[in-house]
Design a protein around this ligand. Structure first.
Ligand SMILES: Nc1ncnc2c1ncn2[C@@H]1O[C@H](COP(=O)(O)OP(=O)(O)OP(=O)(O)O)[C@@H](O)[C@H]1O
Length: 762
């Protein structure tokens, strides 16, 4: 098979071809030796010249190689400007790629560290072979599906509702809103009637106010005026600390005229002592992440739920997902033990089986509220918003989610080796060459975020003075990178969240910790560098743009072997259109610092695929130089790669045919981490696990993968108090016996609201 023949030699060398190019005899001022401390502007200029010269020479060498050998650009092309042949179908490409799986895990070449030493000893540079031996990019035959869409706004004003006049004026003047969204119009009256409800509407359609307004309206009307010391009347659970902060902000605004009702937020990061003190004083509308609330249930003596009238689960499907089950059990048991009648509301843009399961257990005669737009809902030809009484949904309906009409979704197929340069090129295109662009890039783990954040910060951003090793000579001052993930200190997380919220531009690199509920204004682009683990997460990630009727776009980056994922999205009525990788990379021709051989001499030269290849190679070399500039960076890249593989192995069973570790070419993937070789020891654990799995029964295998996924989720959505939890448990045993209505042990002894559902579904 042709493709296999091409891949094999590279697989044997760890998948990354290298070329050593001796420096010619008459170079411009030679680069200063590594490690030299340069100071002053003259030295800065010298270093900049040297860096430019180095990248120029590297690109030249690559070009010479292509021109002189049979490894010139592949003969079969999709179009004039395409880079890679595209004859095979996605399945064929996948099959071919899977042909030699073991080899991809056993690189024979030296480790990155060794390469580094070689590089220091010999006067040579390494040139990336980005465009050789890649799998073919299949033609994307994407099925065109009709997306489910909803109408966002109604022409009805808030004052048409039976609300306290001060509440209406607060909505109008403080929040500056006059007309209701469709979901608000449907939900508010129903919730004010006292019904339990499942509320589902597209991302950014105003669900927060759909529950906050009824809660505030009902609590301000409580006859014996609410006292702070009464404790919680409403519990609002949200999956992340940032969302807790955001919801708290909305509640606080609505409560302006009702100063006797005290809102509060528990969200980790803060000292438990001060949170305890606030709880002791009293919080009437308590907003928290599940983990944090459980910590307080277990450790705080004065948290009582006897007056709870509202239990709100925002992003309910996430909260009831893996990783939160235990926490929710503890919370429900604690609340149930003290209060029997309350109103429960579950909200999400993606109602799933899990949510309706819980609804069957803890909701009383619930109403299911959703909004479907006239033009898109065949079953509702008159175009009225639909108010449904549960259980109305078929599994097909539950599988398709509404997507904002003004959201353009795209996908691009990029071979592993070219992923990093493609992402960088896309960021540069949108955020360097276009004005006022705000972008969020999603990764599958904290380590991946950290790695890419540091890499881009050091290579694409300009610092004052001379470019650092591996930095582009004309790195941009326009770019701003931020990062957000579960391993950051809370203080920094909050600062980043606030900064990105208020900024007009910037690139936020993050994990799914930012996927749910966050209302970050003016985000224009969502990039998914690692595909999400479910269609629901896909919906929430892209839902950070195109909110409340604004326009936005998204880009999903897939490997050729993952092309099938597009069909999986289509089966959930998600439509994506393709952007060609070469179109993304072509932006590099707009930036002089990526210029190759004819640098500075032929300004008007036509830009062709070869030129784009050269420039992509220059950029990749900058990344590789940065990563290999010291051992710490090499080890950081390896860690990130390992984390990527772990996350890849954790894709759920139903997506394993698309994302399977066996379809990864480790050498090629390593390249996308700026590594010149595939790390040796990485293969061992991966192969061992695979072998072990083969021996295990199906059930065990499933559990293992779920546990892995749960671990990843837990790390993302942690309460921030895990470290101290064991200590607290011990203390509870000895110092606060019986003080908790629902200690860990008690939760185990009491009826578990989850037990039934677990048995049914898993
Ligand atoms: N009636 C309204 N008029 C104008 N803007 C509104 C209205 N209701 C809500 N908004 C604004 O719309 C944005 C999105 O609202 P919100 O965050 O509640 O959406 P959501 O449906 O909860 O989204 P997600 O599913 O992503 O959590 C917010 O900025 C909010 O202030």
């Amino acid at each position: 098979m042709e493709l296999r023949g091409k891949i094999r030699p590279q697989a044997a060398s760890g998948g990354v071809a290298e070329q050593h190019v001796s420096q010619p005899g008459t170079p411009p001022p030679p680069p200063s030796p590594r490690g030299n401390v340069l100071g002053g502007s003259e030295c800065g200029r010298e270093l900049a010249r040297a860096a430019s010269w180095r990248t120029l020479k590297q690109a030249e060498a690559t070009k010479r190689k292509y021109q002189a050998s049979s490894e010139a650009p592949p003969a079969k092309r999709r179009s004039k400007t395409s880079f890679l042949p595209a004859k095979k179908t996605a399945k064929e490409a996948q099959r071919t790629f899977k042909g030699k799986p073991q080899k991809t895990f056993s690189p024979k070449k030296s480790s990155a560290g060794t390469s580094d030493r070689n590089q220091e000893q010999k006067p040579c540079v390494k040139t990336s072979s980005l465009f050789k031996n890649n799998p073919e990019i299949p033609e994307l035959h994407r099925p065109v599906v009709k997306q489910v869409q909803e109408k966002v706004f109604t022409s009805d004003a808030f004052h048409e509702l039976d609300l306290h006049p001060h509440l209406i004026s607060t909505i109008n003047t403080v929040l500056k809103m006059s007309s209701m969204t469709s979901i608000q119009k449907q939900s508010i009256p129903v919730l004010l009637e006292g019904r339990d409800a499942l509320v589902r509407s597209q991302t950014g359609s105003g669900k927060t106010l759909a529950y906050c307004i009824p809660v505030v309206q009902s609590l301000q009307a409580v006859k014996a005026k609410i006292q702070r010391s009464d404790g919680p009347y409403a519990l609002v659970l949200v999956p992340t600390r940032e969302l807790a902060l955001q919801s708290f902000d909305t509640v606080q605004k609505l409560l302006k005229p009702f100063t006797w009702i005290v809102p509060g937020v528990l969200m980790g990061g803060e000292k438990r002592k001060s949170e305890k003190a606030r709880l002791r004083k009293g919080i009437n509308i308590l907003i928290s992440t599940p983990g944090r609330l459980v910590d307080h249930i277990k450790s705080t003596g004065n948290l009582h739920f006897s007056r709870v009238r509202w239990l709100i689960l925002d992003e309910a499907d996430r909260i009831l997902d893996l990783g939160f089950e235990k926490d929710i059990t503890v919370i429900l048991n604690a609340v149930n033990a003290e209060c029997q009648s309350r109103q429960t509301v579950l909200l999400s843009a993606t109602l799933t089986e899990g949510v309706t399961r819980l609804a069957g257990i803890s909701l009383h005669n619930p109403v299911s509220i959703s909004v479907l737009d006239e033009s898109h809902d065949q079953s509702n030809p008159k175009g009225k918003a639909v108010l449904e009484v549960s259980p109305p949904r078929t599994s097909d309906e539950l599988d398709s989610f509404a997507i904002p009409e003004s959201l353009d979704q795209h996908v691009t197929l990029v071979p592993s080796k070219l992923r990093l340069v493609s992402l960088a090129a896309f960021i540069l295109q949108k955020c360097k060459f276009e004005k006022d662009q705000k972008m969020i890039v999603f990764f599958s783990s904290c380590e991946l975020v950290e790695f890419h954040y540091n890499l881009f910060l050091q290579t694409l951003l300009s610092s004052s003075g001379a470019p650092a090793p591996g930095q582009l000579p004309s790195a941009s001052t326009r770019l701003k990178f931020l990062r957000l993930h579960g391993n950051m200190e809370q203080e920094e997380r909050t600062a980043v969240f606030q900064e990105f919220s208020h900024s007009k531009t910037g690139v936020l690199l993050c994990t799914d910790v930012a996927a749910r509920g966050l209302d970050l204004p003016q985000v224009k682009w969502i990039v998914q560098y690692n595909a999400p683990s479910s269609p629901a997460e896909y919906i929430h990630r892209i839902g950070r743009t195109a909110r409340i009727g604004c326009h936005g776009s998204s880009l999903l980056i897939l490997a050729p072997s993952e092309a099938e994922y597009v069909n999986s999205l289509a089966s959930h009525k998600i439509n994506v259109s393709e952007i060609k990788m070469e179109d993304i990379l072509s932006v590099l021709t707009r930036d002089d610092c990526f210029k190759g051989r004819r640098w500075g001499s032929q300004k008007s030269r036509a830009v062709g695929p070869q030129e784009i290849r050269e420039r992509a190679t220059v950029l990749q070399t900058v990344f590789e130089d940065y990563v290999h500039s010291n051992e710490r960076r090499v080890s950081g890249a390896k860690k990130a790669l390992q984390s990527f593989i772990r996350a890849y192995a954790a894709y759920p069973r139903e997506l394993k045919h698309v994302f399977h570790v066996r379809s990864l070419h480790l050498g090629h993937v390593a390249k996308s981490f700026g590594l010149r070789d595939a790390p040796r020891n990485l293969s061992v654990s991966a192969v061992t696990k695979r072998k072990a799995n083969l021996k295990r029964p199906d059930l065990h295998k499933k559990t293992q993968s779920k546990q892995r996924l749960a671990e990843i989720l837990r790390s993302e959505y942690s309460s921030g108090m895990e470290a101290g939890l064991a200590k607290v448990k011990k203390q509870n045993k000895h110092t606060e016996p019986g003080s908790q209505p629902c200690s860990a042990d008690a939760a185990g002894a009491q009826p578990q609201p989850w037990e039934k559902s677990k048995k049914r579904s898993r």
